[in-house]
Design a protein around this ligand. Structure first.
Ligand code: CP
Length: 312
């Protein structure tokens, strides 16, 4: 694997999940692999899980770790080719990416969607800028349209909670006061397409995701119907894709409740707004897998870094 930008970069997802679970059982088995090598984690947006789990995963593999809150502390970057840089942006991605490549063997990047300009977000200017000009492997720690480390952690969590037979997995939209990106939902869907599961997406009309991503998926607008006989319910808010970045409604009846969840396991990537997205009774119950998902972020990152280091 040269870069980790999307879940498809893993190739065989089931093999990757198996290997991640193996690393979880013996975290320090490959401590020599990253020795005298460095990973640089660049954050253009906030994080708790991604920052700590990726740093922990890298350390488990013997890597040195440099973390920079680029959005707050770095020079403002210009991404446009041929730009006349007489405004606020001080450094071009051409130099910045090559410079980072002098100090690190792998660079990992978090750069969210702006949710204002769909074309610009879908062009993934930050991630693709680093991919184009860095001379080292690039890892996606959540970009405008994808969060593949989260999706791999979710796949590990599903495997650890496997049931006999084909599971029914539901991805349900939930209300949220702020406009949120589509990245988590997109990567969860991409991951679920590789699973042997009855997979259903439910959301109110107007919250259709990119049809190129949901292509072939069962979509039901009636949440109650979608949740019937579910084994796993993954709850996530996203803003409108068609009316790009807009919050169309806050309908509180879409919040996940214990009653609606039934006997299913509850999943969410976190952070989560209690009693808006999901009620306390769900999060505080034994049916909630959210802490396991957060734990599995380490093993997902460790598997990805192991693959990249092996291919260096
Ligand atoms: N799930 C997730 O990516 O969490 P953070 O935003 O805290 O990293």
């Amino acid at each position: 694997m040269k870069h980790y930008l999307n879940i498809s970069d893993l190739g065989d997802l089931h093999m990757a999940v198996k290997q991640a679970i193996k690393l979880k059982k013996d975290p320090y088995a490959l401590q020599e692999l990253g020795k005298r090598k460095t990973i640089c984690l660049l954050f253009f947006n906030n994080s708790l899980r991604t920052r700590l789990s990726t740093q922990k995963a890298a350390t488990n593999l013997g890597l040195n770790v440099i973390v920079m809150n680029f959005g707050a502390e770095g020079w403002q970057l210009e991404f446009e080719e041929g730009a006349i840089m007489n405004q606020g942006k001080s450094e071009h991605i051409r130099e910045a990416a090559q410079v980072v490549s002098q100090y690190a063997d792998i660079v990992a990047i978090r750069a969210f969607a702006g949710l204002v300009n769909k074309e610009q977000d879908e062009a993934e200017v930050v991630l693709n800028g680093f991919k184009k000009y860095a001379t080292i492997p690039v890892v996606n720690m959540e970009s405008s349209v994808a969060h593949p480390l989260q999706a791999l952690a979710d796949a590990i969590t599903l495997e650890e909670n496997r049931i006999n037979g084909k599971p029914k997995v539901v991805l349900s939209w939930a209300p949220h006061p702020k406009a949120l990106p589509h990245a988590v939902a997109n990567s969860f869907i991409a991951m679920m397409k590789k699973q042997d599961a009855d997979f259903v997406i439910t959301h109110p009309p107007g919250y259709e995701l990119n049809p190129e991503i949901t292509n072939g998926c069962k979509i039901v607008n009636d949440q109650e119907k979608a949740l019937e006989n579910a084994n796993f319910v993954y709850v996530k808010n996203w803003s409108s894709y068609t009316e790009y970045g807009k919050v169309l409604q806050h309908d509180p009846t879409w919040m996940m409740t214990k009653k609606k969840l039934g006997k299913a396991k509850f999943m969410h990537c976190l952070p989560v707004r209690r009693n808006i997205v999901v009620e306390d009774a769900v999060l505080d119950s034994a049916q909630s897998l959210v802490i396991d998902q957060a734990n599995n972020r380490t093993w997902a990152a460790q598997l990805v870094l192991k693959e990249l280091l092996t291919a260096l």
